[in-house]
Design a protein around this ligand. Structure first.
Ligand code: GCW
Length: 702
C-alpha cells in the first residue's frame, strides 16, 4: 500500500498497490532527513507492511543489520552517507554504495549530481539509490517501481539519471467558479476540478494529494493551479485567497512540486483599485512588488506567475502602447527577489480577423510579436511557446519561434488535454507526436553539432503542458488517456526516450499482473492511435474542420468564415493554405534553413504538412505516389477501419483486465467508432462534392 490511503472508488492510475510489490518485499534502509526523505520513508513503510518487507531505520536496533542479513535496498541522499549510515547499510551494501557515490560525484567534465538527479547501482545482491538531494531520492524510488528488475537478479553497473529540463510543468485550466460557457475546467474532459468546486477551493484536497503523488512518480515538479483565462473570481487567488493557495501548496510540497498561479495582467485595476496596469507606471510596479511579497509570505516556495496577455480577450500591455517584454519584465522584477519566474505565453494573435483578408496569417503571429523582442526579457522570464504555430492541432509543423529567440528562455507548451485530439472520448496516445516535436532539428540534422540542435535543447525554460485531469474516478475520463499524462512527465524528464517504450512502462505499472498477451493488446490499441486519429480527421496539416465552440466532431466549414484565422480555402480546384514566400503569406520565411526551403518547395514539403504550407489542386501527386484527393479518401477509410480493429482488439481483453477499466474503454470506443465514421463520411463527401473526383476504389461516398 502507498503512503496515502486512496479513496476506494478512485482508480490508482500508474501507482496501484501491486506496483510496490517487489520493493515492499525487501528490507529497505532509508537514510537522510527532510520532508522528501520522509515521503520516501512513508512510501517504503506502507509498501513493506503490505508485502512482507521491512523499513529499517534508527528505531530498529540502530542498524539495518540483524544477524547476518543486512539491507536489500538502501535509499539515501548523497550527503547522508556518513559512517553511521554506511554501518547501518551493512557490509554487503558497500560495493553498490561506493560505486553509486562515485558515479554521483564529479569526474572530468561531469558535474556532481544535481538535487533532482539519482544514481542506482546493484552489487552483491544489494540495490542502492543515491539521490542528489530529497527530490532525487524521491524520483529514484519511483524509478525502482518502473523497473523492478533493478531490485532483483544480478548486479548491474551504476546508472545516473538527471532530468533534461529543470522545469517540468502542468498547467491546469481549472476555473474556481464554474464558467457559463467553459464550465469548471476549460477544455476539461474528465469531470470537475480536483481543486475547486463551484466557486471555492475544495475543503477536502485529498484528490489533490493523490494527484501530486502520481505526478511525482512521473517526474513533474511544477503545477499552475488555475486557468490562463483569469476571470474575476480566479483573479482573487492572488490576494484574498492566498491562504487557500497555501493549502494547495502544502499538498504538493511533500512531492517536490511547486505551485504557480495564472494572474490577470489587469490585477492592479481589478484587485488593487488603481486606474491603470501600465507596466511603466510606478504605482503599478509597486503594486506587483507588494503582491509578490505577500504571495511569498504565504507560500515560501511559490513557483511564479503564468500570464496570457493580449490574447483572446485577456488584458495586456498593448492597451498602454507597451510590448510583451515590458509586460513580462514588470512581473519578473516583482518576483525576482523571491526566486520566482514568469511564464509569459507567446500565444498572441488577432482573433478578430476578417476572413476576407488574405494577408493576415495566424500562423505568423507569435513570431511576428515575439522574435523582435529577443534579448529584452529579464532572466526570470520564460516565454512559453505552443509547440505549433496554430493551436494544438493533430498535425502542425514546429513553431518557428523556438529557433528565433536564442537570448530568451523558452518553454515548449504541449496539450495533454485532448481538445483537438478526441476529447478523451477517442484513444489518442500522444507520446509519438511529442517525441517528434522534441526531437525536431530546426537547423537540420548534422548542422551546428553532429546531431543538430533539437527543439528540446532550445527549451531552456523547460516544458509545460495543459493537464487532462479532473475529478473523474479514472482521473482522465478515458482510462487510456492516463498514458498521455504519464508520458508527458517522462518525456519532459528525458526527451530522448522512445515513446513506445514509455507506453510499455505505463502499461506495466497500470496493469500489474497482466500477461504478455494482454500487454501486447493494450499496446497495439494505443501505440498507433495518434496517426489513426490524424487519418480520419483534418488531412495533411490543414487543421481544424471541427465544430466551432466545443471543438468536437467534424464540421469542415465550421471555422471557414469566422474571425479566428483558421481556414482551409477548399474550392472546386484544390485545398490548403499558401504560406510560401513566393506567392503566399511568407510564413515559410520564419524558419531557418533548411526548413524554410523544404517547406517552401512543393516538391520537398513532407506530405503530412502539405496543406499547412501549400494550396494544391486535388490532382497533385504526393511523395507517396497518390493524389491529394485519393489520399483524403484512403486515409479516411483506413482510419475508420483502424478504429474498428482497435475496438475488436479491446474486446479480447474482456475478463483479462479489471472490469471497470474494460467497460469504460469499451463504451468510449463505441463513441469513437461513431465519431470516426462521421468524420470519414463528412470529409469524403465534402471533398467529393467540391472536387467532383470519384474515389478510385469506388467506396460509398454520399
Ligand atoms: O486552444 C485554445 C483553447 C482555449 C484556450 C486557448 C489558450 C485557455 O480553445 O480554450 O484558452 O487555446 O491556449 O489560451
Amino acid at each position: 500500500m502507498s503512503g496515502i490511503s486512496s479513496g476506494v472508488d478512485i482508480h490508482p492510475a500508474w501507482l496501484p498497490s501491486e506496483a510496490f510489490g517487489v520493493l515492499g518485499s525487501k528490507r529497505t534502509l532509508v537514510v537522510g532527513s527532510g520532508v522528501l526523505v520522509e515521503t520516501v520513508r512513508d512510501e517504503v513503510r506502507g509498501a513493506s507492511s503490505s508485502y512482507g518487507g521491512r523499513l529499517l531505520d534508527g528505531d530498529d536496533d540502530g542498524s539495518g543489520h540483524d544477524g547476518d542479513h543486512g539491507a536489500d535496498v538502501v535509499l539515501g541522499t548523497g550527503a547522508a552517507f556518513g559512517d553511521d549510515a554506511r554501518a547501518a547499510a551493512g557490509p554487503e551494501a558497500k560495493a553498490a554504495l561506493d560505486e553509486a557515490m562515485a558515479v554521483a560525484g564529479s569526474a572530468g567534465d561531469r558535474e556532481p549530481l544535481g538535487r533532482e538527479g539519482f544514481v542506482v547501482a546493484r552489487r552483491a545482491g544489494v540495490t542502492v539509490v543515491v539521490g542528489g538531494d530529497g527530490p532525487g531520492l524521491l524520483y529514484g524510488m519511483f524509478h525502482l517501481l518502473r523497473f523492478p528488475e533493478l531490485l532483483t537478479g544480478p548486479g548491474r553497473p551504476a546508472e545516473r539519471h538527471e532530468p533534461a529540463h529543470d522545469l517540468r510543468m502542468l498547467d491546469h485550466w481549472d476555473n474556481v467558479a464554474v464558467h457559463p460557457v467553459m464550465g469548471q475546467v476549460e477544455r476539461g474532459y474528465a469531470g470537475g476540478s480536483i481543486f475547486y468546486d463551484d466557486g471555492e477551493v475544495r475543503a477536502d484536497l485529498s484528490r489533490g494529494e493523490q494527484y501530486a503523488r502520481l505526478l511525482a512518480a512521473t517526474g513533474i515538479n511544477r503545477v499552475a493551479i488555475n486557468n490562463v483565462n483569469v476571470h474575476a473570481r480566479e483573479a482573487r487567488l492572488l490576494t484574498e485567497d492566498l491562504g487557500e493557495v497555501a493549502r494547495i501548496a502544502e499538498v504538493f510540497r511533500p512531492w517536490s512540486i511547486r505551485v504557480h498561479l495564472s494572474v490577470n495582467f489587469a490585477s492592479p485595476i481589478v484587485l488593487g483599485g488603481l486606474e491603470t496596469s501600465d507596466p511603466l507606471d510606478e504605482k503599478v510596479q509597486a503594486w506587483w512588488a507588494d503582491a509578490a511579497a505577500r504571495v511569498y509570505r504565504a507560500v515560501p516556495d511559490f513557483g511564479g506567475f503564468v500570464v496570457k496577455a493580449d490574447s483572446e480577450g485577456q488584458p495586456g500591455p498593448f492597451a498602454y502602447g507597451r510590448d510583451h517584454a515590458d509586460g513580462a519584465n514588470l512581473l519578473a522584477r516583482a518576483l525576482a527577489p523571491h526566486g520566482g519566474v514568469v511564464h509569459w505565453r507567446a500565444f498572441v494573435y488577432n482573433h478578430r480577423q476578417d476572413w476576407r483578408d488574405r494577408s493576415t496569417d495566424r500562423a505568423r503571429a507569435a513570431y511576428d510579436h515575439f522574435a523582435p523582442l529577443d534579448g529584452r526579457f529579464e532572466d526570470n522570464v520564460i516565454v512559453q511557446v505552443k509547440h505549433g504555430p496554430m493551436d494544438f492541432q493533430v498535425r502542425e509543423p514546429v513553431s518557428p519561434v523556438l529557433a528565433a529567440m536564442p537570448r530568451t528562455r523558452l518553454a515548449v507548451e504541449l496539450q495533454v488535454t485532448q481538445e483537438y485530439t478526441g476529447q478523451q472520448k477517442h484513444v489518442c496516445y500522444l507520446g509519438p507526436y511529442w517525441s517528434e516535436i522534441l526531437r525536431f532539428r530546426p537547423w537540420g540534422a548534422g548542422a551546428l553539432g553532429s546531431a543538430g540542435i533539437a527543439v528540446s535543447d532550445l527549451a531552456r525554460g523547460g516544458l509545460a503542458a495543459v493537464s487532462n485531469v479532473g475529478d473523474d474516478r479514472f482521473w482522465t475520463g478515458h482510462p487510456l488517456a492516463q498514458a498521455n499524462l504519464y508520458a508527458f512527465g517522462r518525456l519532459a524528464w528525458e526527451p530522448e526516450l522512445d515513446p513506445s517504450a514509455v507506453l510499455d512502462e505505463w502499461i506495466g505499472l497500470t496493469f500489474p499482473g497482466a500477461d504478455d498477451a494482454v500487454r501486447a493488446s493494450v499496446h497495439e490499441v494505443m501505440d498507433g492511435s495518434w496517426r489513426t486519429y490524424e487519418n480520419y480527421t483534418a488531412p495533411m496539416g490543414v487543421g481544424f474542420m471541427v465544430r466551432p465552440g466545443h471543438h468536437y466532431g467534424p464540421d469542415v466549414d465550421g471555422y471557414e468564415y469566422t474571425a479566428w484565422g483558421t481556414y482551409h480555402f477548399a474550392d472546386r480546384d484544390g485545398v490548403g493554405v499558401d504560406r510560401t514566400r513566393a506567392t503566399g503569406t511568407g510564413f515559410t520565411g520564419q524558419y531557418p534553413a533548411p526548413w524554410r526551403d523544404i517547406y517552401e518547395s512543393l516538391a520537398q514539403c513532407p506530405d503530412e504538412l502539405l496543406l499547412f504550407f501549400h494550396h494544391v489542386p486535388y490532382g497533385h501527386v504526393l511523395h507517396s505516389g497518390t493524389t491529394v484527393i485519393q489520399h483524403i479518401y484512403d486515409t479516411h477509410f483506413a482510419g475508420f477501419e483502424e478504429v474498428e480493429r482497435m475496438a475488436e482488439r479491446w474486446e479480447t481483453l474482456k475478463g483479462r483486465i479489471p472490469d471497470d477499466v474494460f467497460a469504460r474503454v469499451a463504451e468510449r470506443l463505441d463513441e469513437q467508432l461513431g465519431s470516426a465514421r462521421e468524420w470519414r463520411d463528412r470529409l469524403c463527401t465534402y471533398f467529393y462534392r467540391k472536387s467532383g473526383v470519384p474515389d478510385a476504389c469506388g467506396r460509398t461516398i454520399y
